[in-house]
Design a protein around this ligand. Sequence first.
Ligand SMILES: [Zn+2]
Length: 673
Amino acid sequence: MKLKHLLPVVAMAATSAFAQSLGTGIDKANMNLSVKPGNDFFQYAGGGWMAANPLDGEHSRYGMFNKLDDINQQRLRDIITGVPASASKGTLEQKIGGLYRLAMDSVRLNTEGAKPILPIISNIKGTTNKTELFVLTSNLNRLGVPGMISAYCGADEKNAKMNIVQVGQPRLTLGQRDFYLEQDEAMVKIREAYVQYISDLFQLVGETKEVADKKASDILALETRMAEKNYSAVQMRNPEANYHKMSYAQFLTEYPGIDWSTYFLTMGYPAFNEIVVGQPEPIQEVGKILTDTPLETLQAYAEFKVINDASSCLSDEFRAKRFDFFSHTLQGAQQDKPRWKRAVSTVDDVLGEAVGKIYVEKYFPESSKTRMKELVNNLAIALGERIDAQTWMSEETKKQAHDKLSTFYVKIGYPDKWTDYSALNIDENKSFYENMMAAAAWGYADMIEKHANKPVDRDEWGMTPQTINAYYNPTTNEICFPAGILQPPFFNPDADDAANYGAIGVVIGHEMTHGFDDQGSQYDKDGNLNNWWTEADGENFKKRTSQLAEYFNGLEALPGLKCNGQLTLGENMADHGGLNVAYQAFHNALKTNPLKTVDGFTPDQRFFLSYGLIWANNCTEQSMRQLTKSDPHSLGKWRVNGALPHINAWYNAFNIKKGSKLYLAPKKRVDVW
Ligand SMILES: [Zn+2]
């Protein structure tokens, strides 16, 4: 699924409990009243909170989302450790408890050391030709070890009722291609640390420093070759440029150098006739790489992928190396998360809906679902009004937009049918890593079983209920709000409309607007990539959206590091539309339920303060750099200080005039949705 999330999907964790929730009034302690709202609204709305919640060593970013995640982590731990230890084999309780115990057993993990992966490494080294190695790595891929080929089965973007097999460009260990190709000092340093990390891992499985260093530099060169052909994060955002459907026979001819039939057979795919290629050039390059590269280098790469993949499931030495590179060097965290949090995340990743089912029974009242349905409905009415009010769009296109809006598929809280985990075994006689491989194999088989040669099931969920996030999926035209985000400070049944519309209201508006952002607008009401705009309206829309991209291109994430307006365009549009639509819905609600000024703040001011506060966060420089390079969401600061200057109502609410730092002349303000 190509989901558009509210925020990046990353593991989040911390310790202290949630201190305050939004009520009817304003907690001035969260604000920084020494700053003028028109100069820095991010500080004005959340400066007090940020000062009171500095980064601890464990976090590279800590904001409102993390604070809520603290509560979630503890709740999940209670659920997981609450299952009876005596649960009989094969029950969900045994799977949940067993996996947690395996992840927590530091004595066993440290005794086993590298042992769980040594037979795999030895098998890779034992291959005598590329054909043997390819069969082996294909099977490792089935067991969750990433390789050069990345395939899955999901909705066909031009026939969205059906699933289809799809292949994409190779996934790079460092994420974006920039990390391999850019020559600025920060990137060069990251690559030096990366080569050291690879060498360290090889030494932990018994290689000499000399051999380990050689393998590390070969691997960087190999991945750099992939990076050179890979699409950038911006290119990946263009749906048409990433869709190439063909017959399987044609695919075999056009993508030589890879034994595709062995690959798909090994992965467990049934026979199929058609395939979608995401990024042609990078995949063709993989064929060439497999042909040109010496066996020894391909083996080293395969070994590294195994060790890297296993590094959180082995002894502390491995985990320490992993933390040091990925969390410390890349993100600036100072200390690793405690083992229990990592164990909770593992269970959450593998058995998410099993713990999620218990989670919603305990923590998600049915009344929240009812209230959310009303809010979603109010937001949909407001978005419809906003569509009608646009002066740059023809009646013809407006009708299409209304059709799309009226067919949104809304998901709230938790799924109606739950994932069946009966074919997944957790066996405590085996190592933690072997169990994680079995879980990955189960996950892949389950994905194929549900999708291959089958119609799309619109009732499948793209997130677990406990996830603190939300999404829009263009191919099913669905918006989803898991139970996890339906709690304070986002959603509070006891708070007034100003607080709720400014927080969860904007979240709902954000996901709805994704259906009409620069990407979502290319999909029709049935989820097909299909242009429903008149030519003139499409041009107008593009003009307006590129104004927003240019504006964000002008902002700086760090001294010398510009924000990427093209990469973040869809999310910035969703924030922009989300604010406008939620504000309109809020004013519709005020007609029947007027609010008074409280604590010196008008209802409109409280709406914007509520919005500003949800993005309050502290972030390391390393993390800001990594996010700016790879995250389609703007940094929290710019989701506030970059989004609000385009909202007319915000100027009125705080009486912001020319001369304020965030002030934009009316004709410079973007006006879409
Ligand atoms: Zn989004």
